[in-house]
Each structure stands twice: as structure tokens, then as C-alpha cells.
Design a protein around this ligand. Sequence first.
Ligand code: API
Length: 290
Amino acid sequence: MSVEAVEKASPASFLDRREAGFLHFVKYHGLGNDFILVDNRDSSEPKISPEQAAKLCDRNFGIGADGVIFALPGINGTDYTMRIYNSDGSEPEMCGNGVRCFARFIAELENLQGRHSFKVHTGAGLIIPEIQEDGKVKVDMGEPILKASDTACKQDQSVVKSGLNVDGVTWNVTCVSMGNPHCITFGTEGGQLAEIGPKFENHEVFPARTNTEFVQVFTHSHLKMRVWERGAGATLACGTGACAVVVATVLEGRAERNCTVDLPGGPLQIEWREENNHIYMTGPAEVNDS
Ligand SMILES: N[C@H](CCC[C@H](N)C(=O)O)C(=O)O
């Protein structure tokens, strides 16, 4: 069913159709990082399995997406819970582009107009997206995690500009977690991501695998990155990755705390605020109907 049809039909018709085994979903994207968003507010468990999600994400035999995101009831005083399956069916802790899409999806479901913020429970803890007047979404992404063992990296100190041997080549990397693990390296576009990406993703130093970002620094406030995502491969954008990249760039003394990060799908504005150590990400989230 086309997105228009999904949007125009009354919710009641979708409730009936869902009884008949249909799934109410809408496709959104954040800078081309695209997701199937499922209204799961009436159940505390995702309506579909990781295996079914992987099938839906298949771009030839399914709907096609980088992941499936579920809007579940909130817990412990939050408004909603967000869960996500990557396109390989693995479940990450958090998704930056996804939570912006999540906020816009909730606003559609609840018929909300204008500025609105939500308290969202995620695997990375409390995340607060706020829909801005211009339709963009500003997200309080919480604090970065730098202790190596918490960045799902087996090395025991924080990993800043450390040598990592990947398939016989030593790369300088900085590891940062935004709830999900990121390995950041500077100075190259990464070449053939499909070749080098999986070697980082599945490196034995990352027991939970890792997302990997290849960064070029244009100025102290303008960066460019490409990403090989854990469980999704090369994507057009990665919100948690852009946040981790700004942290790594500041830690390596290459940039200021407020940066524009250019991704293949477009730019994100990232600020690592000194006074509270929180990271704020601002960017678009749109329905895939253009
Ligand atoms: N593949 C990521 C999850 C999605 C993150 C990305 N799409 C974002 O916008 O943050 C992981 O396994 O950690």
C-alpha cells in the first residue's frame, strides 16, 4: 500500500486491517537513512520478529529500508519506548536518524502540529527529540561514553588516536559510544566501504561489532564523513555516528564542539555542549513519499 494511502486512510481502517494480519507502518528517512516505522503503542513487545524485520528491509524482496523502528508504550515516566532492528535483524541500542523519524511519526499518529518534544526510552537511556517550528528535529542525545570497555572495545583504557591493526594495515582510531559503538578514523574517505567496512565491523577487538566512520576535516567546524554501519552496511547517513565523530574530532584536537557534519545524504548540525556534556543533533526527518 502506498504511503499516501497509509496516511489518508482512517486509523480505524488500519486497526481492522491489522486484525487481519496487516501491519500499520509508514516509511520515513533522515538524510536518506530510511526506516519502516511501526505503530506498536498497544503492545510492549515488537509486533514482528528480527527475522521478519530483515525480510521487510530487503530492497529487492521486501519494502526496503536500513531498519525497522517500533513505537512502543513508555516506561518509568517516559512518553514512548523506541526499539529498532537493523536490516540484518540485529537490535542496536539507539539510532540518531531513526529517533528524529520516530518523533515525526508520533506527531503524525497523535495529530500534533508545531513544536513538540518527547521523552523516549531507548537502549541508550533517555533520549529527548524536539520537533522545531521549521519541521527539523533537535535531539538531546545524552552524554558520549568514552571508557573503552563501555565502548564495546576490548582495550581497557579510553581509545583516543590509538593504533588498530585491520587486516595487516594499522589505522589511527578513536572509539566513542552513543549507546551504540563507533570507531572513527581520520584522513581518508575509506575507499571501497564494502571491502574495508566489514573488517572493522567484525574486528575481534569489538565483541559487539562496531559502526565505523571515515572522516575528513575541512575546517574546525565543518567535517565530512562516510559510514559503514553495524548490521546495515554503507548508509547515506548515521546520526549517532555524526555525534561520535564530533566527540572524536574534539578529543583529537581537530575541531570545535559545534560542527556541521556533511554525510552522503546531507548535513547534520552537532553540538557537544561543555556545560552538561550532552550532545545535541539537529536535522530533518521526512516521510518517503517524495
Ligand atoms: N547500525 C547502528 C544503528 C543505527 C544507527 C544509525 N542509523 C543512526 O542514525 O544513528 C548500530 O547497529 O549501532
